[in-house]
Design a protein around this ligand. Structure first.
Ligand SMILES: *Cc1c(COP(=O)(O)O)cnc(C)c1O
Length: 400
């Protein structure tokens, strides 16, 4: 039977304290115990259903975590204050000093900076590889390797990871496959394809309102227990905890994610096909010209489409900047980083979200400086948006 991530979210029933249709928000940092013995057991992790202190766990965070675990098909999940709070906690939990990580070289700039500049302070090293080349991935695995790390749809080049193939390698060498699924919620369900741990920045499509940062780790109960452990859990001890009020607001937004993803995908496919037909160098996984179009199709939950992210290359940073400014002046979107908003957002990754990656390496991975990354919005009339974007491009001599 096909995996139904949105049904899994909707089938959860959480009633509030007074029969509310939304769960009550637990507005407390600490919890009372009727007996001192129960408090001790809770510290030891032996008292199910008891809360201790909200950096460890809280009812509101657990509600959101369980909904996200249902969406991804993992046993459970742990929410965090940001996507980076999830990513760094996972990697610090999985690796000891001396351990090695094999990572896709096209990843979120912050993750790249963490692996390249920060993790080496703890003697954790990383090999960055072309993730679409499974032989290259396998060749960089050493006896010290613990983690295989990638994004299902990579930022900003929209390369697609072969999650089944990577899972086979992870199994063969006893590695943990960690997949950041921020760009493709609902469309791709990495855990059903063999990923061990699935991470999201909730900041993006999942919350969808650009009003907060947030993150989640979806994994086995055993791993989440490790992350939360009071003595050596990275989530507990590094402390990037989500606030209860935020957890409750993100849960409410999560419930409309399937409708939003369908509209993001529909609009993005429309624009990608038009841009490509106009002769623009366009990258979108839903285009047959995308080198991993067939692979994406083999992994996707069809009804959610190919996602809301696309890129075009307009040749130079000068042209890219002029186009973005003109589109913003005409209210076609905002010149902003981030993604998953109702409004289209655009930025030039080379000088913004991927500026952590040195210019040489950017060139090497095919990140040219005329590249514009679009997060396509929920526009009700995408044909009108397209025709106005086309006017902008014509005025700037981008279309020939
Ligand atoms: C934004 C983003 C992150 C980081 O998430 P924050 O919530 O900003 O900490 C990680 N991975 C991807 C793919 C992202 O787009």
């Amino acid at each position: 039977m096909a995996f139904k991530p949105a049904n899994n979210i909707q089938d959860l029933q959480y009633f509030g304290e007074f029969g509310g249709v939304n769960p009550s928000i637990s507005d407390s940092s600490t919890y009372t115990f009727l007996s001192a013995k129960t408090m001790f057991d809770t510290f030891e992790g032996n008292a199910d259903g008891c809360y201790l202190y909200s950096r460890h766990s809280s009812p509101s965070n657990l509600y959101l975590g369980e909904a996200l675990a249902a969406m991804e098909g993992t046993e459970t999940a742990n929410v965090s204050a940001s996507g980076m709070g999830a990513i760094t906690a996972v990697l610090m939990q999985l690796c000891d000093a001396g351990d090695h990580i094999v990572s896709s070289r096209t990843i979120y700039g912050g993750t790249y900076a963490f692996l390249k500049n920060f993790a080496p302070k703890f003697n954790m090293s990383t090999s960055f590889v072309a993730i679409t080349n499974l032989e290259a991935v396998e060749a960089s695995i050493t006896s010290k390797t613990k983690v295989l790390y990638c994004e299902s749809v990579s930022n900003p080049l929209l390369e697609i990871a072969d999650i089944r193939g990577l899972a086979r390698l992870a199994k063969k060498y006893q590695l943990t496959l960690v997949v950041d699924n921020t760009f493709s919620p609902l469309s791709i369900s990495p855990a059903t394809l063999g990923a061990d741990i699935v991470i999201h920045s909730l900041t993006k499509f999942i919350n969808g309102a650009s009003d907060t940062v947030g993150g989640v780790v979806c994994a086995s109960q055993a791993f989440i227990n490790d992350l939360r452990h009071v003595n050596d859990g990275a989530a507990m001890l590094l402390g990037a905890t989500m606030d209860s009020l935020r957890a409750s607001s993100i849960l409410k937004n999560l419930r409309t994610l399937h409708i939003r993803m369908q509209q993001h995908s529909k609009n993005a496919l429309y624009l990608a096909e038009k841009f490509e037909a106009d002769g623009l160098k366009t990258v979108y996984p839903g285009l047959r010209s995308h080198p991993s179009h067939v692979l994406f199709k083999s992994m996707m939950n069809t009804e959610y489409g190919f996602g809301g992210m696309l890129t075009i290359d307009v040749g130079s940073i000068t042209k890219a900047n002029a186009l973005m400014e003109l589109m913003q002046n005409r209210n076609l979107g905002y010149l902003a980083v981030s993604l998953g908003f109702y409004k289209t957002l655009f930025s030039a990754p080379g000088t913004s979200t991927s500026s952590e990656i040195p210019e040489e390496e950017q060139k090497d991975m095919g990140l040219s400086n005329g590249l514009i990354r679009f997060s396509i919005g929920l526009d009700a009339d995408i044909a009108r948006t397209y025709s106005m974007m086309r006017d902008c491009m014509a005025e700037l001599n981008i279309l020939t």
